[in-house]
Design a protein around this ligand. Structure first.
Ligand code: 9MR
Length: 358
């Protein structure tokens, strides 16, 4: 913007031509951009990588929120039925504290990454209920005042062919905590335990492949509507947003966010990545990287268009460490904002521009 300013200098009227006056400089980082819009921008993080200088510097510079990728799961926290090992998760929580970042906790009730002593323990429903209550209250209590939001339950609704039905799990009905066959009652109990342990923490239900309108998001919607009506403590829904299709329909996502926020809960994007086909060196094509940037832009713009959509989080930030490579045996990858050398990709620029523009 060019502006002409009239200034009075020592009583003499001067007209000066001012280049760039009134321009707001572009944000220097994702977190600066997010702050301008009152948003949170986060990433999953791994404690074992914090000693890598580029990893730690990028994490602290770019994000105002982090979530332990694995370090708060049962498998890590629970060496046996009596003990808790918070050492790995504490490293991440301490790092976040040192860099003024918020922490999302993930996750208290899930069917995966449970330790063998639990899954093979042949516990009765009463014993499982006791174990789960103690787990939720101890973990949420340990991080009271430090974890601002919890994924209380994760991925409790099933995939095809039972899309949208409750998943058979150790917590629900295999054998469950005593509420098998009672729909979402077992989840309700977990949310109530979590609220007791930390009345200030926001409590989320987190789900995969429920971003768009459809049977799975309908089932979650019905649960949240019911919980809100009956005063069951739930504050938000997390949509993971693992995108593998560069032509995904973002308008359906926006409509879905709209109906959830209308129930009075927050929505957060919790695990975003946009995986691409890669060559033997892990490289994607330049065209795909541009399309990927466009996906990030569209998703961020959709979130920002709803007041109740409060956070955008990616599932890691450097392509050096991403579950997609491990899971696809190297055929897909390059899903994140920074390449393997921590160089920002087109997706980074797209997200930074979009985040700063609410
Ligand atoms: O990224 C996580 C990876 O390190 C684990 O091995 C994997 C085990 O299933 O879980 C990954 O994270 C998952 C997250 O906790 C829940 N949503 C799906 C994520 C990707 O699988």
């Amino acid at each position: 913007m060019h502006r002409t300013l009239k200034v009075q200098m020592m009583g003499v009227g001067l007209t000066v031509f001012c280049l760039g006056c009134g321009m707001v400089p572009s944000p220097a980082s994702l977190r600066e951009a997010a702050q301008r819009s009152g948003m949170l921008v986060g990433t999953a993080a791994r404690p074992e990588q914090l000693t890598e200088a580029a990893y730690a510097a990028t994490l602290a510079r770019e994000f105002n929120m982090l979530e332990p990728e694995d370090a708060m799961k049962w498998e890590v926290l629970r060496p046996d039925s009596q003990s808790f090992d918070f050492s790995q998760a504490d490293r991440l929580v301490d790092f976040a504290g040192q860099h003024s970042m918020k922490v999302r906790g993930h996750t208290l009730v899930w069917h995966q990454q449970n330790p063998p002593w639990l899954t093979q323990g042949q516990f009765t429903p009463d014993q499982l209920a006791g174990l789960l209550e103690t787990h939720i209250k101890t973990v949420v209590g340990h991080y009271r005042g430090k974890v601002f939001a919890w994924d209380v339950a994760n991925e409790a609704f099933d995939e095809q062919p039972r899309l949208g039905q409750l998943r058979d799990t150790i917590w629900y009905n295999r054998p469950g905590i005593g509420l098998a066959g009672n729909g979402t009652a077992y989840l309700e109990r977990c949310f109530r335990w979590a609220r007791e342990a930390d009345p200030q923490a926001l409590l989320f239900y987190n789900e995969a492949e429920a971003e768009a309108l459809g049977p799975k998001s309908d089932a979650i919607y019905a649960m949240v509507q019911d919980f809100r009506k009956r005063g069951v403590p739930i504050d938000g829904v997390g949509f993971e947003m693992h995108i593998g299709n560069l032509h995904s329909d973002i308008s359906s996502f926006s409509a879905n966010v709209g109906r959830f926020t209308a129930l009075g809960v927050q929505v957060q994007i919790t695990e975003m990545d946009v995986s691409l086909p890669v060559d033997a060196h892990g490289n994607a094509s330049a065209e795909d990287l541009q399309r990927q940037a466009d996906m990030y832009r569209q998703v961020a713009a959709a979130c920002l268009s709803h007041r109740g959509c409060t956070a955008i989080q990616t599932w890691g930030f450097t392509d050096k460490y991403s579950w997609i490579g491990w899971q696809s045996k190297g055929t897909r990858g390059a899903g994140l904002l920074f390449d393997r050398n921590y160089v920002p990709k087109p997706a980074y620029q797209a997200l930074r521009e979009t985040l700063g523009a609410r």
